[in-house]
Design a protein around this ligand. Structure first.
Ligand code: SAM
Length: 298
């Protein structure tokens, strides 16, 4: 086991220098150097000896070691092969860590699935340039996730947990709240990273729901509706829907769908709750099915 405190900025600098490395800004390399925040992340994961952890971007291994101490196995995906000697050194004591060298957005999740025998918990201090695509790929992918504990930009954390009508509420809020119950775990100042990023961060816990928060009928239609509703935030919902579904349904039909869902057509899309989006999706998908059954043009 490495006895160096990887949460010390001086130690991180020394390790990088010894290996001839510099933090790579493009890869979002802001290393966590705070023991207290590290403990909060590990605690939120509620790890037990049966758990498999997927870590995205282990960096120099500050989280990986403590995760491996408690979990059954850690699968860590790291894009920067320059870190190979560093991780070999810092994780030498943990045979239960498997590192996959590659881009998390390109690694086949099936490969990760094959490497694990138990449900997954995801723990990551995410590289911020790919936060939303990583979250969406994981939530819609095949891995049997139980929870995700993620360090993200504070502004993204607000979006993940935002309520309808607030300025942070958007497609990402609806998608994440559809699949998970998000919770803010800790506000994290920029001072706990080396090098220091330009923005503050937060740790969020996304607990997977056993089934999605609402019954939508047709998931693709539900997300199309959500994207349409947020696409032009200053328009009324009716006008946004006309933009998205105008080629398919007349204005009168769209008004009747909204009325059937109990939604005032003059509301703005960003005020709709998940339940309201779902009700509207069910109504439109039923209508689509009726049209198909009667041979009407849809
Ligand atoms: N876990 C370490 C920590 O907390 O100090 C490092 C976190 S740092 C914010 C993000 C890490 O993700 C870096 O090690 C970076 O090289 C890695 N990374 C960046 N893009 C990646 C990608 N597309 N796939 C996998 N890892 C990536």
């Amino acid at each position: 086991m490495s006895h160096q405190p990887l949460t010390s900025p001086r130690v991180v600098q020394e390790i990088l220098a010894r290996h001839g490395l510099r933090p790579n800004k493009q890869l979002g390399q802001n290393f966590l150097v705070d023991e207290n925040i590290l403990k909060k992340i590990i605690a939120a994961a509620e790890l037990g000896p049966e758990d498999t952890v997927l870590e995205i971007g282990p960096g120099i291994g500050v989280l990986t070691g403590p995760l491996a101490e408690v979990a059954r196995q850690v699968i860590a995906v790291e894009i920067d092969k320059g870190l190979i000697p560093v991780l070999e050194e810092n994780l030498a004591a943990y045979p239960n860590v498997k590192i996959i060298w590659g881009d998390i957005l390109k690694v086949e999740q099936g490969e990760l699935l094959a490497a694990a025998t138990t449900p997954f918990k995801v723990v990551a201090n995410l590289p911020y340039y790919i936060t939303s695509p990583v979250i969406m790929a994981l939530l819609t992918g095949p891995l049997p996730l139980e929870r995700l504990v993620l360090m993200v930009q504070r502004e993204v954390a607000r979006r993940l947990t935002a309520a309808p009508g607030s300025k942070d509420y958007g497609v990402l809020s609806v998608a994440v709240q559809y699949y998970t119950q998000p919770e803010m775990v800790a506000q994290v100042p920029r001072t706990v990273f080396y090098p220091r990023p330009d923005v503050d961060s937060a740790v969020v816990l996304l607990k997977m729901r056993p089934s999605p928060a609402v019954v939508v009928g047709d998931e693709a239609l539900f997300f199309r509706l959500v994207r349409g509703a947020f696409g032009q935030r200053r328009k009324t919902l009716l006008n946004s829907l006309r933009g998205e579904f105008g080629g398919q349904y007349s204005r009168e039909e769209l008004v009747s769908f909204l009325q059937a869902a109990g939604i005032d057509p003059s509301r703005r899309g960003e005020t709709l709750t998940l339940e309201e989006f779902a009700a509207l999706a069910r109504i439109i998908s039923n209508k689509g099915r009726e049209d198909t059954a009667t041979g009407a043009k849809v």
